[in-house]
Design a protein around this ligand. Structure first.
Ligand code: SF4
Ligand code: FES
Length: 260
């Protein structure tokens, strides 16, 4: 490991201890298979895994590739597997993995573009497939008539499903996605519920057809890993079970449909 420069040590005091990170390296254009590369970095108690990767990239190996932006659990771009669990790299502290080494891998269930960078194309397509916007039935008052108000209780119906940051941790944790890659998946179903439960929306039946169009939703046995790993308190497992219930209502009752 290259020692930190004296100038850096003066401006940013570090403890003597170090910690090892084992980071997946993979360039599909050159490598036959992914491999793990170990880096030993200066340890600081307030370092998150993203800080460690930034340290490696700045001081040791500029070729390590990963996504990040906000460093505060908001943008959803730093999803990675940390010691086998999908986490946000900016929200998980090295101190929780002492003495190391910390295994850092790309999110499973996605193709890898390079190192920790996964291809999110299918995820984006699944999100847009549920038409994530308010769809009116054309009978609302004209815009000129003013706001289309909702009560706090109406907002509360869908609020938690609206907190998703599209980090894809739930897809990485989902055992159904692992065997049925075409399953529309937890976040997209949670997003569909967000609009289905919106008092201004009238496209619930349409979305229901989309998310139950594949039998894969019935393979979900409510293991709940998606909800367990979600960093924003969204409950996609609940959305999936609600969707199954709505779908069953549609089969059993002539008036069955999406309830608000
Ligand atoms: S539901 Fe949670 S885990 Fe899944 S993409 Fe949204 S924020 Fe991430
Ligand atoms: S960098 Fe934005 S959520 Fe981690």
């Amino acid at each position: 490991m290259a020692a930190p420069s004296q100038e850096l040590l003066r401006s940013n005091p570090l403890p003597a201890d170090t910690i090892q990170l084992s980071v997946t390296r993979y360039d599909p254009a050159q490598d036959a298979a992914p491999r793990q590369q170990t880096y030993e970095i200066p340890y600081r108690d307030d370092m998150v895994v993203l800080d460690a990767l930034n340290w490696i990239k700045t001081h040791m190996d500029g070729s390590v590739s990963y996504r990040w932006s906000c460093r505060m659990g908001i943008c959803g771009s730093c999803g990675m597997n940390v010691n086998g669990t999908p986490r946000l790299g900016c929200s998980v502290f090295l101190r929780d993995y002492l003495p190391g080494p910390v295994l850092v891998e790309p999110l499973p269930n996605f193709p890898v573009i390079r190192d920790l960078v996964i291809d999110m194309t299918s995820f984006m397509e699944k999100l847009s497939s549920v038409k994530p916007w308010v769809i009116s039935n054309g009978q609302e008052p004209a815009l000129a008539a003013g706001e289309h108000r909702q009560t706090p209780a109406q907002v509360e119906q869908y609020r938690q499903f609206s907190m998703c940051i599209n980090c894809m941790l739930c897809y990485a944790a989902c055992p159904v996605i692992a065997i049925e890659p075409h399953f529309v998946g937890p976040a997209a179903i949670a997003l569909a519920r967000r609009y289905d439960l919106d008092s201004r929306d009238h496209a619930g039946q349409d979305r229901l057809r989309t998310v139950t169009g594949s039998d894969a939703i019935w393979d979900c046995s409510f293991i709940g890993e998606c909800s367990a790993v979600c960093p924003k308190g969204v409950d996609p497992a609940k959305a999936i079970q609600q969707t199954k219930f709505e779908s069953t209502l549609g089969m059993l009752l002539p008036w069955g449909g999406v309830s608000k």
